[in-house]
Design a protein around this ligand. Structure first.
Ligand code: ASP
Length: 275
């Protein structure tokens, strides 16, 4: 973790907390926290999203709140800085949950979301080279957040530029509700990062919530599900888990994961390892 990244994480935590302190919803706090990270260009989301093999930047994001189980998401969206806001708008301004591709971009432009240059020069790639290189890097730097507000509602969000080696059109776990994020006031809020193909196959965010429902604490729930991810399908992931009664866990099956938390006192805690 660079000094800039750790300063940015602290700033993002403070921004999110300030919204909560003013009585805003967990949903808004999650969105605003993620916007700081998307705007920074320091992570694989928003401005910092990796270019895919054909030279395009395609992003995924989702957001969910635990009171009414409302959710919104965008996938493979191009040309905007804040996919997390596009996801919130899908949730709040449409009857849908997920919009994809150029149509999601048009939707974002309709709401005048800030734009960024969609692509550099288009690059050539071959299907064979993608398949050969797939697995070289399962992606780093997706951003996410969970929050609990004064009404006892939890929310979760995530935003990513995806993984480096992937076919154009590939969508990971981040915009899939129940995989990349889940939030339910009866269990908790979960935000995931990691190898999306493995996270999808175990519907990890929802599965962690089911463990919470069964009475497991957040640390045990996260540890059990990530252990299963590794042992059953050789997957890899990291998660943030927060319950409505303020219990919290950060867990990862990878060697490192940059993350932090803040409850408003002292300085935010930011580390890149939580085992
Ligand atoms: N989960 C993201 C994806 O597979 C990548 C990441 O978390 O870094 O698209």
């Amino acid at each position: 973790m660079t000094v800039q990244q750790s300063a940015c994480l602290r700033a993002a935590l403070q921004v999110g907390y300030a919204w909560l302190e003013r009585g805003s919803s967990a949903l808004l706090a999650v969105e605003q926290t993620i916007r700081v990270l998307e705007r920074s260009g320091l992570f694989n989301a928003g401005k910092g999203s990796k270019l895919q093999l054909d030279g395009m930047r395609r992003m995924d994001a989702s957001i969910m709140e635990g009171h009414q189980l409302r959710a919104g998401a965008v996938a493979s969206v191009e040309g905007i800085i804040h996919p997390i806001t596009a996801a919130r708008l899908v949730m709040e301004r449409t009857p849908h949950v997920l919009l994809v591709g150029p149509s999601a971009g048009r939707f974002a432009r309709h709401f005048r979301l800030e734009s960024q240059r969609p692509a550099r020069k288009l690059r050539r790639y071959s299907l064979e080279s993608v398949l050969r290189r797939y697995g070289e890097s399962h992606g780093h730097g997706t951003v996410g957040a969970v929050a609990l507000d004064q009404t006892g509602t939890v929310a979760a969000g995530a935003s990513t530029g995806g993984i480096e080696v992937m076919l154009p059109g590939r969508v990971g776990d981040t915009p899939i509700i129940g995989c990349g994020v889940y939030a339910d006031n009866e269990t908790g809020a979960v935000s995931m990062t990691g190898w999306g193909e493995s996270i999808i196959r175990l519907a990890v965010a929802k599965t962690i919530c089911e463990q919470l429902e069964d009475g497991k604490g957040p640390a045990t729930a996260a540890r059990r599900v990530l252990h299963r991810l590794v042992t059953r399908i050789n997957g890899s992931a990291g998660c943030l888990v927060l319950t409505p009664d303020r219990r919290f866990a950060i867990h990862h099956s990878t060697s490192h994961m940059m993350a932090g938390w803040w409850g408003g006192k002292g300085e935010p805690t930011v580390r890149d390892r939580f085992q």
